[in-house]
Design a protein around this ligand. Structure first.
Ligand code: BDR
Ligand code: CA
Length: 313
C-alpha cells in the first residue's frame, strides 16, 4: 500500500478523490491538509471531515488546517461552481470532529521527515500549503516518494479563465514555486476533459443505485452539472481530483507521461495562472515535470464507478 497525504480544498470532486483514497486497499491515507480554494475555508474543513466519516475512517485520518489564503494574491472562492458550502448547496456538514493540532504545511514537513521516501503527496487544490512546506523544508522533494498535482491547462483552454485552470489561477505564485522546485507528476485540466469526464449515460447506474456513496455523489454533483451545462454545454461531470488519486492507486493507469519543462505565469492580468509547457524543448528550462498526456480511460471509469456502487475501487 502507498501512504498518502492529501492536500485539498475540499468541495465537489475533492470529496470523491478522498473517498477513493479512503476506500482503496492500495492506499493508506496518512493525513489531510486543507488549503484555501473552492469555497469558504471552514466549509472545506467540515466537508473533508464529513467525507472521511462517510468512508468510516474519520478516527484514523487527522485533518490539519493549512493556508487560509494564497501566498500573495487576494483570495476568491467559487461557490457558484459547487453550490454554497461546496457540496451542492444543501448539505452543510457539522461533524463535531476536532481538527488536528498544528498548521497544515508544518504537518506535511513533520510527516515526510518521519518517513523519508515513503509518503506520496496528492495535491488537489491550489498549491499554497505545498509551497509553504517547501520553504520550511527545502529537501521536501527528496523526502517524498512522489508529488502528484492536479492543476494547469496544458496547451488547452483553462476552466477558470481561458488561460488558466482553477488551482493554478488561485495561487499562481505557489504553483510557480512547486513546478520549479519539485519533480511533479501533473494531471491537467485538458486531460480531465479528454479522459476523466463521465457523460450522462455513464452516470445513469450511479443515479439509480442507492448506496450511500452514490447518493452522496448525486447530491454534490447536481449543482455542478447545471453549471457545466451552462459553461461547457454538457452536464457531464469532470473528475480531475479523482483522476489524480486513481493514478496513485493504480500507477499503470498512466499510458503516456513525457517529461517537460513547466513554468507558471504568476503575474496579474490576462495570463495569470497560465501553465507554460515547453513541449518542443525551446527553452533551456529543465524537463522535470511528468506531464500525463493519456490514461486508460475505461479502467479509470471502472475504478470510479466501482467505488460509488460497491465502496470498493
Ligand atoms: C480543480 O479545481 C477544483 O474546483 C477541482 O476540485 C479541481 O481540483 C479543477 O480545475
Ligand atoms: Ca480540488
Amino acid at each position: 500500500t502507498r501512504r498518502v497525504i492529501v492536500d485539498t480544498d475540499t468541495a465537489g470532486d475533492d470529496t470523491q478523490a478522498i473517498l477513493l483514497g479512503a476506500l482503496s486497499g492500495a492506499v493508506e491515507l496518512e493525513l489531510l491538509t486543507i488549503v484555501a480554494g473552492n469555497v469558504e475555508f471552514d466549509y472545506q474543513v467540515e466537508n473533508a471531515k464529513y467525507t472521511l466519516e462517510l468512508a468510516g475512517v474519520a478516527d484514523e485520518v487527522p485533518v490539519y488546517e493549512g493556508a487560509r489564503r494564497p501566498l500573495v494574491k487576494e483570495f476568491e472562492h467559487v461557490d457558484h461552481v459547487h453550490g454554497a458550502g461546496g457540496l451542492g448547496g444543501e448539505l452543510f456538514p457539522d461533524t463535531g470532529i476536532e481538527s488536528a493540532e498544528g498548521y497544515g504545511p508544518d504537518a506535511i514537513v513533520e510527516a515526510v521527515r518521519e518517513s523519508p521516501g515513503e509518503l506520496t503527496l496528492v495535491c488537489i487544490g491550489p498549491l499554497t500549503n505545498i509551497a509553504l512546506a517547501l520553504r520550511r523544508e527545502p529537501r521536501l522533494g527528496e523526502l517524498v516518494e512522489e508529488v502528484v498535482v492536479m492543476g494547469g491547462a496544458v496547451n488547452t483552454l483553462g476552466n477558470d479563465t481561458p488561460s488558466a485552470e482553477f488551482n493554478f489561477w488561485v495561487d499562481p505564485d505557489a504553483a510557480k514555486v512547486v513546478m520549479r522546485e519539485l519533480d511533479v507528476t501533473l494531471l491537467d485540466w485538458g486531460l480531465t476533459m479528454r479522459q476523466a469526464t463521465l457523460e450522462s449515460d455513464e452516470l445513469e447506474p450511479i443515479e439509480e443505485a442507492e448506496t450511500p456513496y452514490a447518493d452522496f455523489f448525486d447530491e454534490i454533483t447536481a449543482h455542478l452539472r447545471e453549471f457545466s451545462e451552462e459553461r461547457f454545454g454538457s452536464d457531464a461531470t469532470t473528475q480531475p481530483d479523482s483522476l489524480a488519486m486513481a493514478t496513485v492507486i493504480e500507477p499503470d493507469l498512466v499510458e503516456e507521461a513525457p517529461r517537460y519543462h513547466v513554468d507558471v505565469d504568476e503575474r496579474e492580468g490576462l495570463t495569470r495562472g497560465y501553465s507554460m509547457v515547453d513541449e518542443l524543448g525551446i527553452t533551456d528550462g529543465e524537463a522535470r515535470t511528468r506531464v500525463v498526456e493519456s490514461i486508460d480511460e475505461a479502467r479509470f471509469k471502472t475504478i470510479f464507478t466501482d467505488m460509488l456502487l460497491h465502496g470498493d475501487p
